[in-house]
Ligand binder design. Structure first.
Ligand code: CA
Ligand code: CA
Length: 139
């Protein structure tokens, strides 16, 4: 969120000013009038601006991740337990050892409370592939 805010807040004033909003909208191919800018500034909160202009695509990604999360969260308590992770991985045919599942679970469970929240799940799947799977294949 902070990063996205900085895209708008080009002079780092901590506020999004109308010329900054205009610059960003123009960079995205929008051509708003000053009146439109003013009314956006006045009426729209920042979250709504971001949602409609910046994160259109990431919202779609979020929906996919949420669907995936719900597949893992079999008892629908809002968290993925170690058992749920293992069950789903095995049911989709992943041949993982107990150690590998432990490792995956630990890397996902950022706050180490023994369960994977949706936030942690998103982080796990948003990581660049290079951050995971760097294990050397020894033959
Ligand atoms: Ca669960
Ligand atoms: Ca956790």
């Amino acid at each position: 969120m902070r990063e996205a805010f900085d895209i708008f807040d080009q002079n780092s004033s901590g506020y999004i000013e109308s010329f900054e909003l205009r610059n960003v909208l123009q960079a995205m191919g929008q051509n708003p009038t000053q009146k439109e800018i003013d009314s956006i500034i006045q009426e729209a909160d920042f979250a709504r601006i971001m949602k409609s202009y910046v994160f259109k695509n990431s919202t779609e990604i979020d929906n996919e991740l949420l669907t995936a999360f719900q597949v893992f969260d079999r008892d629908k308590n809002g968290f993925i337990s170690r058992q749920e992770l293992e069950f789903v991985l095995k049911s989709i045919g992943e041949q993982l050892t107990t150690e590998e599942i432990d490792e995956l679970f630990r890397s996902a469970d950022a706050n180490e409370d023994g369960k994977i929240s949706y936030k942690e799940f998103v982080v796990l799947f948003s990581q660049p592939a290079s951050a995971k799977g760097q294990k050397q294949q020894q033959t």
